[in-house]
Each structure stands twice: as structure tokens, then as C-alpha cells.
Design a protein around this ligand. Sequence first.
Ligand SMILES: *Cc1c(COP(=O)(O)O)cnc(C)c1O
Length: 361
Amino acid sequence: MTVITPQPGIMDIELYQGGAAHIDGVSNVVKLSSNENPFGPSDAVKEAFRKVAFDLHRYPSTDHAALREAIGEVQGVDPARVVCGVGSDEIIAFLCQAYAGPGDEVIHTEHGFAMYRISTLANGGTPVEVPERGRVTDVDAILSACNDATRLVFIANPNNPTGTMIGEAEMARLADGLPPQALLVIDGAYAEYVEGYDGGAGLVDSRQNVVMTRTFSKLYGLGGLRVGWGYGPQHVVDVLNRMRGPFNLSNAALAAAEAAVRDTAWADKCRNENTRMRHWLAEALAGHGVVSDTSLANFILARFADQAEAEACDAHLKSQGLIVRKVAGYNLPNCLRITVGDEPSCRRVAHAVGQFMGDEV
Ligand SMILES: *Cc1c(COP(=O)(O)O)cnc(C)c1O
């Protein structure tokens, strides 16, 4: 038996399951399993990425000043308190590494994003799962789960994979009810899809115990490049910057992300098209007897009678070249998470679900 063992917690991590991308023997496949933007990044972003080809021998910026300035201007946040990471996953990892070690508790909700648990265990902390109420974050349940060991509370708003969100007053009540040693992390991976929502930036500005994370992987269509950012009080940002590798983001990532955040016309077009097709898809599935909660993100959580029906529908969709996400690992065995694709993809999904439910041939 080997005596070389890793730190406690690490062997309790179950490997993250990415969304599938291929089906053996099926062509014309549509991937609707990873909440990617079906239109990808804008032309301006592709042009910025191409230009970097001539600069690849240069080390990138260490302080990300140009990207932070652009984020500050467009999102109305203080660039001095923005910290950029290799996806928002890296910001989540820094927060766990900085604030939650052995003996510390990290709260996430029943259907919360898998990375909260993974990053907590990677740092020896204890993940604490709190029930939701009807697939919605339950502030009272979270507050009653808090104790002297609670260091971090992660809430995605809107949440993945439920698509639901809580309002600013509820989020403020959560922040104000936390024990003094705990930090609230509002994960705004889908915030850009919600018209007029600041992702929690206002709560960050008015408090010392709230951090927001954001990403370029969803609305901005840059999942393949890995860029995210955090926004927090100065004391937290100072901590994260000490842990951050000086060259964590490449030239290409920085240039593309800056072009993306400045291209507000493309962001508006993608948001509007997502809203239109999300409503269409939810209604089309409901017409076939497959219900979903009102989603504010770029996916819907389709609910079936039971796990067997959800799995059978998943198999039928696969046979039609449509890859969606099973979410039994998120305590939702009777559901499938379906990314809102472009209009032809949504029509294919609705048609295939109709076939499965016996409404169409
Ligand atoms: C997709 C997603 C992220 C983004 O992760 P990146 O590392 O930025 O690609 C973060 N949180 C949630 C809830 C997500 O669904």
C-alpha cells in the first residue's frame, strides 16, 4: 500500500463531468449540454484574437489593466476592485484557497454548481449542502445552516441548473444575516442574460462581506478561452491578487475578452435572441406536457414524471442528434437541462420532445 497520499478531502472529489459533444454514428449533432452561446463571439472579438498571433512571443500583462478598465466602463464597477481569472472557476478556487481550509464550512445549495464543492474539498474545507425551496434558493435555510465555522456561502443567481433567481432584497437579507467571519459569493455566470440586473455589484459596493464572480464563457461566447472575473471589497481583492499567478491570463484571452466586453451591440443581440427562444422553447415543451420553472438564464430545466422518463427522453434526443444535460448529479434525476440554442436547434428539440411524448411522428 502506498504511503504517499494527498491532502485530506482531495480523494472525496468526484471528477467534474463536462457536457458531452459527440454521439457515435450520428452526424449533424447539436450540442446543448454546456450553456454555450450558439452564435459564438462577435467578429470584433475574432479580429482581436487574430491580431494576437503576431505578439505570441511577448508575456502578457500582469495587472490586466486594459481589461479591468473596459469591464469598469461597461459594467459600471470600480476597476481597482476587479480581479481576472482563468474562467470564474479560478476565482472560485482562489476564494476557497484563501478563506476555507480544514475545519471550515462552505455552504452551497441543494442544486448548486459542482465547482463549489470541488474547490472546497480541494482545499480541505467541508462542503455543506442546504435545501432549496421548490428549486429556488432558500435564504432562511441558508441562515439557519450558518455557524462559527461558516466561511463562504456560494449562490449562483440565476442558478445553474435550475435557471431560477432570487431578488436583490432577499440577497441583501442573506448578506446581512451572515456570521461576521463569512463571505457571500454571488456567482453571476448568467447575470448578463437578465435585462437590467447588475449581478450583485450594488451589494458588493455597499458591503464588506459580498463578492461577485462573472464570466466570459456564457453570453460572450468565450468558453474555450477561459476568462472570468471577480468583484469585491478591497480587502478581498488584495487577498486574491496575492494568490493569482502573475501571468494567469494569456495575451489572447485578455485581448478577446476586452473586445467582447466593449461590443455591447453583440451582447444585446445575443441576450434578446436568447430571451425570445427561451420563451418559445419553454412554451413548446409545455405544450407537449414537459414543464419547466421560469428560467432567467440561457437554458431551461425540463421536468419529467420520473428519472426513467427523463432518461428515456434523453436517449430519444440523442438518437435525433441532440445532446442535452442529465442533472441527476445535481439532485435532479427527473430533469434534463437544455441550453437555448439558435432557432433551428430549438425547433429540433421541440419536435423531438413532441415525438417522444407521442404528440408528433
Ligand atoms: C458556466 C458557469 C460558470 C463559468 O465558469 P467559467 O470557469 O467562467 O467558464 C460559473 N458558475 C456557474 C454557475 C456556471 O454555470
